[in-house]
Design a protein around this ligand. Sequence first.
Ligand SMILES: Cc1cc2nc3c(=O)[nH]c(=O)nc-3n(C[C@H](O)[C@H](O)[C@H](O)COP(=O)(O)O)c2cc1C
Length: 426
Amino acid sequence: MTISSDPKQVKQICFDNINVPGMNTLAVARENGAYAFLPTVLKDFSSSKIIDEMKTSGLRGRGGAGFPTGLKWSFVPRNTGKPIYLLCNADEGEPGTFKDRDIMRFDPHLLIEGMIMAGFALGVKDAYIYVRGEFVHEINVLNAAIKEARAANLLGENILGSGFSMNLVVHRGAGAYVCGEETALIESLEGKSGRPRFKPPFPAVEGFYGCPTVVNNVETLSTVPAILEHGGAWHAAIGIPNNTGCKIFSVSGHVNRPGNYEVPMGTSMKTLIEEYCGGLQHGTVPKVIIPGGSSTPWLTAENYNVPLTYDDIMKAGSFLGSGAIIVMDETADLVALTRRLAHFYAHESCGQCTPCREGTGWLERVITRVENGQGTNDDVTVLSEAATHMAGRTICALAEGAAAPVLSLLKHFPEDVQACLGENAA
Ligand SMILES: Cc1cc2nc3c(=O)[nH]c(=O)nc-3n(C[C@H](O)[C@H](O)[C@H](O)COP(=O)(O)O)c2cc1C
């Protein structure tokens, strides 16, 4: 790692070397510091020291829920006689999210090194990267990087003479959004259809084949090498308390420079959009900001200055989620946007829970009617009631995500809906 030891100077952790040509190869990755600190970790760090550093770092999972990583690792029961598994969640299905893909294709050794360190801390022998099926290029890059790492004894038996052995296998998913939910991912990896499980038990206690399993996002695991090299306190000094470190935001929509930007947590939404993304295409303030992927409630112009932290975005009424920020300016057709998202969720519902299976299709049909000028005020009531009753009544959060755009539209922009009803309004 080449990042500054002064936390105030740190702007990037996972993307520190993202633009280095050839970083996907072991030789270039090593020239830029990859695996340099790994021998020290394997030789001098105990499992509890690593978990303590992770707790001190304050790192919260970057996949969506923001659960503290060190705490999750500490839940894994040891000495049960069962193997412990580490699964990297590289499904990246949340609409608007495209950050993990960049880590995998440009700096795969960062993720591999993070997984070796995590695996060592947890006593893992077999680890998997569950990648969404459409990421064919990323899968090829990952497999080539794993092959090189194995040949260099960074993976496999007795890694660097440490006595620690770990295999790493890339598993290609079939491209289902719900398989990003950690228990559906586990089902899918076990060869079953990807349907979420009831929790508890949580995967840390009973996961893959009933064994203790840690599921972490690509960005989460890719942050581990910097934390162990520089120390948990170093990471905790970046960002703000309870929202530490840097975060990659995938920004899309009506901005002049959409893309992935890694910034310290606490940077304001406005700074990200104006200074990093070159501002809006039309107007001076966004009409809608979806802050954490399409399943998170919408923010509006009044939240433009919100600091990018889990806590501040929650206070504003939404979630930081995966950090996928979708920006809509005044030209956006919000009814069409909602209909498009409703179609996505109806298509992706696994069908296991009735409120989700029936509700997502219902939302899509009714909002389509509204968009086509055939909706009535009764339809608006149905949308509101169906979306309200779906949320929180299912095994996983997909239904809540499906309800969020509909409820946001009705709450913030009822006039846009009324304008579509036209002469059917009464
Ligand atoms: C419907 C649904 C889809 C999800 N998709 C993803 C995903 O694509 N990638 C991801 O890392 N987490 C996803 N999650 C969150 C995971 O269930 C889990 O919280 C995460 O992988 C844990 O890793 P972390 O602690 O490092 O964030 C999804 C959750 C839900 C409910």
